[in-house]
Design a protein around this ligand. Structure first.
Ligand code: ZN
Ligand code: ZN
Ligand code: FE
Length: 725
């Protein structure tokens, strides 16, 4: 603004307030007009001009210059805090320019790039309210900061080798290295060692892309078979590993630099990711750039956490907790205030399709159609996230992980408090899941009681539906194909294969699938042979016990006695069970693994199995038994597993489309939302979109929040609002 005002010869002042930027300007009308045009049309690439309001003041103050005056904090807080931004091209050039005073300085940044959200303790956004406050700027940095013509003009994290944070390298015992930290880290990596590297929002564990090295990392980290991400030096390196479209490249190189899921080009990378995709990112901090330029084409990078605990972000804690996992530590003395994991997305129909919305996107606000003021929505349990609503904006927290332990709950609670402070939020209403045992439900109940505010419990799949509607700005009720692993149903059983009709103020359950028995409850989520066993037994297939091997009798006794044998109408479990029957996966090391592998095994073909429904009153229940029988018969006839897997998914796509058609004939609504974790399955997503569109439906899919439980908080918020009217 200062630069623009100067260009137009305007005098006056500007200041950051908690409700946005305020300027007072004096000058000729045409110059003011042209200035305003510039504000709307020539704003810097990272800015986001939400609105401009102009008031004409009476009388002249007679300003002789343009000044920036100190920030003030006011009660109304709508100012956006910027997300963290990957290193910009200009800073990258300076980083590798031997004549630059920041040559190889790992914390180089400017107004267009660098840490933001992760270092901010409060607003307005000034250095004093960030973790950079302990690094007073040297005279040279101060001069840049104050010089309007400089790229670092008012760049809050501005620093240099003289005044800024320092990088250091520690060995596994915590002893500081003697050589250049980057060089030490590179030496370790090249020897096949694992190095913990502090980034923007947390610490990564890194190692070279080598089978033995990666297997050792997995073993030490106790990281099951989940896919790992790779950081590639540049696009050339990306193209060696993956097939990439221009759209995908644009996402990779965008200021947020998320992890983008790309189709594998090379085989033999199953030790990185056993499915058809690899998550790839580019170096997004100067430290990463220095490492990659030091002779690394690509590095495996995974969040440094143990099992299901939140990512580590503090130096000493990391050294302690990662002893025995990391061989060395590349750390620095710039503290991370708010941890933030890498975002993961793919491109679907030209739009972002989030797996995880975190670094680079938090705290971007999601604009909704109605004012949802004062609602705190708690999310679910897996892929936990919370939302706060202020005015017509919805804030979705970054990735928190599964809310299944105290550490995750502490992280969740601290994040919530920090965000509420940051946005000056006064919680008036709280929304949570219907599940009685979620930690987030507990949290909600406590808060509602302590703060004496109303609590609304939203059914899980209703929240998914509403989330997809709000994601697309849909106002009136629609149909929803809501398929996921599990959610607490109104009847106290687990749901997850639902066809719903409804909107923000309510819903009806139109369809589901025949309940699947889970012998041993949650253990069947991992030992998915049990699901195959239970489904084949239900379909009365002879020899159904074979899949359990020596455990068949125990399982049979368990099912007969109905001990610990809950039922679930879960699409996720149906996938898992079929995956086990097809022999694709028998024991899953993480939830949904069987389903994911089934997708990557399938061969695209149009054929399918029979579809039949039972009708329980107004509820259409898909009976999967005929499908299971035909599928097992196909297998015994020697039809390849890839074909059977494809036919299975085609059947489900047709089943969903047929359910929507039947509902639409009755209700007269041809709008459908697709939500729930199953829609991470690109085969199902693509095929169902095409099929529904060809039958006259308007299909809505997610693009601003994830289809998984991470997006649930948005749905809870809009339902809490709609339901409260
Ligand atoms: Zn920069
Ligand atoms: Zn300096
Ligand atoms: Fe869900």
């Amino acid at each position: 603004m200062h630069r623009l005002a100067s260009d137009h010869g305007l005098f006056g002042w500007a200041k950051n307030t908690s409700s946005g930027l305020v300027l007072e300007l004096e000058g000729e009308s045409p110059a003011i007009e042209s200035f305003l045009h510039g504000v709307r049309n020539d704003a810097p690439p990272l800015s986001n001009v939400e609105s401009v309001s102009v008031t004409e003041l009476m009388g002249l103050a007679g300003y002789q210059s343009f000044q920036i005056i100190p920030s003030t904090r006011e009660d109304r807080i709508d100012t956006l805090v910027s997300p963290d931004i990957s290193i910009c091209d200009e800073c990258r050039c300076e980083l590798f320019n031997p004549d630059d005073r920041r040559y190889r300085y790992p914390f180089i940044n400017c107004t267009n790039c660098g840490p933001r959200f992760t270092m901010i303790r409060g607003i307005p956004y000034d250095r004093a309210k960030t973790t950079m406050d302990r690094f007073p700027m040297c005279p040279e940095c101060m001069a840049e900061y104050g010089d309007i013509k400089n790229r670092r003009y008012h760049a809050q994290p501005n620093c240099c080798p003289r005044c800024g944070p320092k990088l250091f390298f520690l060995d596994s015992k915590g002893n500081e290295g003697t050589k250049d930290p980057i060089e030490e880290a590179l030496n370790y990596l090249k020897e096949g060692k694992t190095v913990a590297i502090k980034g923007l929002g947390g610490i990564h564990l890194a190692c070279i892309v080598d089978e033995e090295t990666v297997r050792r990392l997995r073993r030490l980290k106790r990281r099951d078979e989940r896919p790992l991400a790779i950081m590639c030096k540049d696009m050339m390196a990306v193209e060696k590993l993956c097939v990439i479209s221009p759209e995908e490249q644009r996402r990779l190189e965008s200021p947020a630099q998320p992890i983008v899921l790309l189709g594998k080009r090379k085989s033999g990378l199953d030790y990185i990711s056993e499915n058809g995709y690899i998550g790839v990112m580019l170096p997004y901090t100067p430290v990463h750039c220095l490492l990659m330029e030091g002779g690394m084409d690509c590095l495996v990078m995974t969040s440094a956490n143990l099992s299901d605990l939140p990512v580590l972000y503090e130096n000493m804690e990391a050294v302690q907790k990662l002893s025995g996992v990391a061989d060395g530590f590349l750390l620095n003395d710039r503290d991370i205030y708010t941890r933030c994991d890498d975002s993961v997305l793919r491109v679907f129909e030209g739009r972002d399709y989030f797996i995880r919305r975190s670094r680079g996107f938090v705290p971007l606000l999601i604009k909704t159609r109605s004012a949802l003021d004062g609602i705190f929505s708690c999310g679910a349990e897996q892929k936990a996230s919370f939302g706060i609503s202020k005015g017509e904006y919805f804030f979705l927290s970054g990735h928190i992980g599964d809310l299944k332990n105290e550490e995750a709950l502490d992280h969740y609670t601290a994040q919530a408090a920090h965000t509420e402070r940051l946005f000056g939020m006064k919680v008036k209403k709280i929304a949570c899941d219907l599940h009685p045992d979620y930690m987030s439900t507990d949290y909600a109940q406590k808060r509602a009681k302590d703060e004496n505010i109303p609590l609304l419990r939203v059914q899980h799949h209703h929240a998914h539906l509403a989330s997809c509607m709000a994601d697309n700005g849909v106002k009136s009720d629609c149909l929803g194909v809501i398929w996921d692993g599990s959610g607490y149903g109104e009847d106290g059983t687990t749901w997850g294969g639902e066809i719903l009709f409804g909107g923000y103020s309510g819903y009806r359950r139109l369809g589901t699938i025949r309940p699947i028995t889970l012998p041993g409850g949650d253990s069947a989520v991992f030992d998915i042979r049990r699901l195959g066993f239970s489904m084949m037994r239900d379909a009365q297939l002879p020899g159904y016990g074979d899949i359990m091997g020596g455990d068949a009798d125990t399982m049979e006794a368990m099912m007969r006695a109905k001990t610990n044998c809950p039922e679930a109408t879960s699409m996720g479990r149906l996938f898992d069970g079929v995956s086990a029957i097809l022999g694709i996966k028998r024991t899953a090391s993480y939830e949904g693994q069987g389903a994911i592998l089934l997708e990557s095994t399938a061969y695209a073909d149009g054929s399918m199995y029979d579809i039949s429904f039972d009708h329980l009153g107004s509820l259409a229940v898909f009976d999967q038994r005929p499908m299971i029988r035909q599928l097992v018969k196909d297998l015994s006839c020697g039809i390849p597993v890839c074909v059977v897997a494809g036919k299975f998914m085609n059947t489900l796509v047709e089943m969903a489309a047929a359910s929507c058609q039947a509902a639409a004939r009755e209700i007269g609504i041809y709008d459908v939302c697709l939500s729930g974790g199953v829609f991470q399955n690109m085969y199902i997503l693509k095929k169902l979109c095409v099929k529904l569109a060809s039958r006259g439906f308007t299909v809505y899919t997610h693009s601003r929040v994830s289809c998984t439980d991470e997006g649930i908080a948005l749905g809870q918020a809009v339902v809490a609002y709609g339901g409260g009217q």
